[in-house]
Design a protein around this ligand. Structure first.
Ligand code: KG4
Ligand code: ZN
Length: 315
């Protein structure tokens, strides 16, 4: 069950924390009610509640955490505070009907690429919920890069899907930089790519009404981002002798990224698990699933210790 705020944020070209938090307050109880109705279950029959505790915008997170804490206390249920990036790491394992996991030895060790609007993280996982971050972006995240370049091209919010749609009409004729492609680490950097596009547009007196040129720019940008993401992820998996590559986060919905990663994983004899499109962009399904992973390990946190953690990075 998703109540989208995309139309609301499109008006301002991005998320205004106060506006997002107010919309959360309005929607949270109706959405919970509808989700329970669709699942044909009453709240008291639940085994536990999971809630996003971070990272993200504190005012919006507080609405969820306060509501979940109140419900958990009222119905005497355990509450699991979930790191939404951790949920992205494991979202490729979500099955809709009933949760079950493949054999551990067939999956791990795994390398996960989490690509979202605020993060581009590479994670080495040796088991479910047991992992270490091995790389991250040093500046802009991949999604942020999609969004900012989409704005330069006068595309609508959210920029990632809009840029990708335009890219389909073009071809990757412009050789934009592939930042940090060859560096001997697992980190990323995308702000240089954004600047290169800015200069390209300035030098060519763009944005333009020339649709083909805009589409070629979009295709070239998308190819550059995908090149870096795929290369670094596969290199990490090879170097760390991983069996599996996992892909999650909003940008994981990107079709060329999914296709190119599949090709590269096949070529290198790596298993690949890609999150279903509906569980890529932030969603409560993946939070529930991650809550279930904690619940099966009996990883309980006392209610009074559950707080908003706006800057909660993976470690
Ligand atoms: O994980 P997510 O929903 O939110 C954060 O945790 O940030 O990721 C949102 C990001 C945005 O930057 C959005 O433009 C990008 O994911 N995104 C895409 C696509 N769908 C969403 N980027 C490229 N191609 C897409 N199809
Ligand atoms: Zn996310």
């Amino acid at each position: 069950m998703i109540a989208s705020q995309a139309t609301l944020h499109a008006k301002t070209g991005g998320v205004v924390p106060e506006v997002a938090a107010r919309a959360h307050v309005e929607k949270i109880i109706p959405v919970i009610r509808l989700a329970l109705k669709r699942a044909k279950i009453s709240i008291g029959k639940l085994a536990a509640i999971a809630v996003t505790a971070g990272p993200g915008l504190a005012p919006a997170l507080a609405v969820g955490v306060d509501t979940a804490r109140t419900l958990a206390w009222s119905f005497d249920l355990p509450l699991f505070p979930i790191n939404h990036l951790e949920a992205h790491v494991f979202s490729a394992f979500i099955k809709e009907k009933n949760f079950s996991l493949p054999q551990k030895k067939r999956v791990f060790p795994a390398v996960a690429l989490v690509v979202s609007g605020g993060h581009t993280d590479l994670v080495y996982a040796r088991d479910w919920l047991k992992y270490k971050k091995i790389g991250q972006t040093l500046d802009d995240a991949a999604g942020e890069c999609f969004d900012k370049i989409a704005r330069l091209l006068n595309l609508s919010y959210p920029g990632g899907p809009a840029l990708s749609k335009l890219a389909k009409q073009g071809s990757a004729t412009i050789n934009f930089p592939r930042p940090m492609l060859k560096t001997d680490n697992f980190d990323f950097s995308f702000s240089g790519l954004k600047t290169a596009v800015l200069y390209y547009l300035r030098n060519h007196k763009l944005p333009t009404t020339n649709y083909t040129l805009s589409a070629n720019i979009a295709a070239s940008v998308e190819t550059a981002i995908v090149d870096v993401l795929v290369h670094k992820t596969i290199q990490a998996a090879i170097k760390l002798k991983a069996k599996t590559v996992l892909l999650g986060g909003g940008v994981a919905a990107n079709l060329p990224l999914r296709a190119r990663l599949k090709e590269a994983a096949n070529k290198n004899n790596l298993n690949l698990l890609i999150t279903k499109p509906e569980y890529c962009t932030d969603n409560a399904g993946m939070i529930g699933f991650c809550g279930w992973l904690h619940w099966r390990k009996q990883n309980f946190t006392p209610l009074k210790k559950i707080v908003v953690r706006a800057g909660w990075e993976l470690t």
